[in-house]
Design a protein around this ligand. Structure first.
Ligand code: ADP
Ligand code: MG
Length: 259
């Protein structure tokens, strides 16, 4: 019998992360592990720091102290002689390429087609145009939009635009994908098609962190649920434990209000 214990390795490790805006601390010592291949849902009231936390993971915001590690590398900084030194912008771009992000407002380029939006990052990274185009076609198929290569965002519904944005986030084979309220800007009847794509993605072994108010979805899809309040993680655990049995008064009130 083997005496080693199989422990899921953490794809994301966040340690004592602090972020200050204008003298106000909006993240106050976040510690979080996201095991490789798992889904973490982040919930919490508006202004609690959810977006800032996601943005620190891909270095769209730089932490004031503490750090984020993805795939064993500190994001934005390089450990050197016991200290963290800022990485070069080229190195940060390399790290960011391994982390896909999907925003509430899709953030597609309006004057570019679906395929051009998806292929853009690959082209910038030097992937030949034909290969990038082929990959865009494959990804469109994967998000249920086969054949829509030439469609402009204005010709697509919000749900379709968000699925293009998900395809774009997948284009460079990220090891991690971050979703910031991906369905909050959608008409209610379009939420389901986007959640279905994300749910399917969760089965492929990619690591995901998703900020969402879709509690039912979080319960069903997430391996871990994190409740953020006032820049701190006030509860975490298996979704059912947090949602049904939280000891935290504010978490209980929040869940009751959004259900
Ligand atoms: P959430 O996503 O949970 O609604 P955010 O992370 O967007 O919360 O914001 C947390 C707090 O930080 C809010 O009070 C917000 O106003 C503030 N904040 C976020 N980004 C900035 C910024 N770039 N400059 C100043 N304050 C910010
Ligand atoms: Mg937010």
């Amino acid at each position: 019998m083997s005496d080693t214990i199989a422990v899921a390795s953490s794809e994301v490790r966040i340690r004592n992360l602090h972020k200050v805006f204008g003298g106000r601390e909006v993240l106050s010592g976040i510690d979080l592990d996201i095991p490789a291949g798992s889904v973490t849902a982040i919930i919490g009231p508006s202004g609690s720091g959810k977006s800032t936390l996601l943005r620190c993971i891909n270095h769209l915001e730089r932490p004031d102290s503490g750090y984020v590690e993805v795939g064993g590398e500190v994001i934005g900084y390089r450990p050197e002689k016991g200290r963290l030194r800022e990485r070069s912008s080229r190195d940060i771009a390399r790290q960011r390429a391994s982390i896909g992000m999907v925003f509430q407002q899709f953030n597609l380029f309006g004057h570019r087609t679906a395929a051009q939006n998806i292929a853009e990052g690959q082209l910038a990274a030097g992937v030949p145009a034909a290969a990038a185009r082929a990959r865009a076609g494959e990804l469109l198929k994967r998000v249920g939009l086969a054949g829509r290569e030439g469609a402009y965002p204005s010709e697509l519904s919000g749900g379709q635009q968000q699925r293009v944005a998900i395809a774009r986030a997948l284009a460079r084979d990220p090891r991690l994908i971050l979703f910031d309220e991906p369905t909050s800007a959608l008409d209610p009847e379009l939420v389901g098609e986007v959640l279905a794509v994300i749910k399917q993605l969760a089965t492929t072994g990619i690591t995901m962190a998703i900020v969402t108010h879709e509690i039912g979805f979080a319960r069903e899809v997430a391996d871990q649920l994190v409740f953020l309040d006032g820049g701190q993680i006030v509860d975490r655990g298996a979704p059912a434990d947090v949602l049904d049995n939280t000891d935290n008064e504010r978490a209980r009130a929040f869940v009751a209000a959004v259900l």
